[in-house]
Design a protein around this ligand. Structure first.
Ligand SMILES: NC(=O)c1ccc[n+]([C@@H]2O[C@H](COP(=O)([O-])OP(=O)(O)OC[C@H]3O[C@@H](n4cnc5c(N)ncnc54)[C@H](O)[C@@H]3O)[C@@H](O)[C@H]2O)c1
Ligand SMILES: N[C@H](CO)Cc1c[nH]c[nH+]1
Ligand SMILES: [Zn+2]
Length: 437
């Protein structure tokens, strides 16, 4: 693995400009060209429906695409071919993810805010949801679980899964099995921006959905952003782009464990980014050595090696400085490989998901600890939440006032309405309170 280009650098010896560059994401592909090609694809699907989606699938996925909607027979044939070992692994992950998400059920509440005035906050499941399962460089049945399980628990009436087909037009049997477990209504054989367009605008084969969930590459992420800003009326979950992992470790960490974790996210894509922050120069050097050795053994070593060119091994002056830098970077995944790491949690509030201690690899959360692996990237962990059950609901409010209740608030309402020069607002109150009973 001679191509591995990742240096150990001391944070305090970098200029302010270099420091910013080290914590910058790889070229965010929201280039004008990307925006334009995505907007062209969206327009083509709006105009041409199923035919346009199939044509784009042939063009971008080089797939034998002649139908958009998978039939029930095709789904069953795939499931029948699945090995018991894979089914058992999916069943285990389904159970842990379900257990964790079931406890997140939101609670309706009812409060008497003033005598005779009751306010309620209620949750209702979204009616129809679109679930995007990436399939460009790797097929991700685990993402189908992360989206399908909460949609099923919430009770969304219609669940549509989309994923890019392989060259022969099929999808992985494991995705069909997850779809069965999660009671997915329809599977559409398409990916990329064209799949997002089909979900947002509808085609002959699919009605538009209310909200689109799921991670994806730059085309998918850009398409989600564009459809959420146009007239489609569709909502999206979050910007969940290329994978990121930031590890904070000290001399108590195993260099082999740290390197294995960094590579687990580097292998996702050339645009993934992984970062080690450590006060130990010796650990940084040993992790670099391990990266070199372990990367050479991976089937996706070329992808991982490319991602490592966007990645950093940074030596800080203390563990505390490493924690501060993590807050500045706001990683998708944050791994804490030092003793008593739990004690640092209150200082670490800007990460999509945190992995505490030497025996909690990031890949555990990707598949089966029970947490959701759909997480904000690009630094959005600063202000976006990790995906959870409540994202599959809408919250709305209800209020009811008795005559006496309205009487009690009448002065406040009419005074404020007059202050804003909105007479009709005030009148809607006085017309009720000034009537003789
Ligand atoms: N943040 C998260 O929670 C999370 C979770 C899982 C995966 N991921 C990330 O999701 C990403 C998945 O990316 P992927 O590429 O493997 O799969 P993908 O399904 O997101 O993208 C594949 C699609 O991209 C489209 N495409 C490819 N080249 C194109 C071009 N030149 N023009 C127009 N469209 C084009 C094709 O239609 C293809 O179907 C990875 O970066 C991975 O790290 C993130
Ligand atoms: N690490 C990815 C989220 O960034 C999720 C995933 C799916 N399969 C393996 N990993
Ligand atoms: Zn992963």
């Amino acid at each position: 693995m001679s191509a591995l280009t990742i240096a150990v650098e001391r944070w305090n010896e970098l200029s302010a400009e270099q420091q910013s560059a080290r914590l910058a994401r790889p070229e965010q592909s929201r280039s004008a060209q990307l925006k334009q090609s995505v907007s062209d694809i969206l327009a083509q699907v709006r105009e041409g429906g199923d035919d346009a989606v199939l044509k784009l699938t042939r063009q971008f996925d080089d797939a034998n695409a002649s139908q958009l909607l998978m039939t029930a027979q095709q789904r069953q044939a795939l499931i029948a071919a699945l090995t018991p070992k894979v089914k058992a692994a999916i069943d285990t992950a389904y159970a842990t993810i379900r257990r964790f998400h079931q406890q997140q059920r939101p609670r309706d509440l009812k409060v008497e805010t003033a005598p005779g005035v009751v306010c309620e906050s209620r949750y209702v499941a979204l009616q129809s949801v679109g679930l995007y399962i990436p399939g460009g460089t790797a097929t991700l049945p685990s993402t189908a679980l992360m989206l399908g399980v909460p949609a099923q628990i919430a009770g969304c009436q219609r669940k549509v899964l989309v994923t890019p087909p392989a060259k022969d037009g099929s999808i992985p049997a494991a995705i069909a099995y997850v779809a069965e477990l999660c009671e997915i209504d329809d599977i559409l054989l398409c990916g990329g921006a064209q799949a997002i367009a089909a979900l947002a605008y509808g085609t002959e084969s699919v009605e538009p959905v209310d909200k689109i969930f799921g991670p994806g590459n730059a085309f998918v992420t850009e398409a989600k952003q564009q459809v959420s800003q146009d007239q489609s009326g569709v909502a999206i979950d979050m910007p969940a782009g290329p994978s990121e992992l930031l590890v904070i470790a000290d001399d108590s960490a195993s260099p082999a464990f740290v390197a294995a974790d960094l590579l687990s996210q580097a292998e996702h894509g050339a645009d993934s980014q992984v970062i080690l922050l450590t006060p130990s120069e010796s650990l940084a050097a040993q992790v670099r050595e391990q990266l070199l050795q372990q990367c050479a053994q991976l089937s996706r070593q070329h992808i991982a090696a490319q991602a490592l060119t966007n990645s950093r091994l940074l030596v800080t002056d203390s563990l505390q400085q490493a924690l501060t830098l993590s807050e500045r970077y706001a990683p998708e995944h944050l791994s804490l490989q030092f003793n008593d790491a739990r004690e640092a949690l209150p200082q670490l509030t800007r990460a999509g998901s945190v992995f505490v201690g030497h025996y909690t690899p990031e890949s555990g959360g990707d598949y089966a600890t029970g947490t959701n692996h759909v997480l904000p990237t690009y630094g959005y962990a600063r202000n976006y939440s990790s995906l959870g059950l409540t994202d599959f609901y809408r919250r709305y409010t209800v209020q009811e006032a008795s005559r006496e209740g309205l009487q009690g608030l009448a002065d406040a309402i009419t005074t404020l309405a007059e202050l804003e020069g909105l007479d009709a607002h005030a009148r809607a109150v006085t017309i009720r309170t000034e009537v003789n009973s």
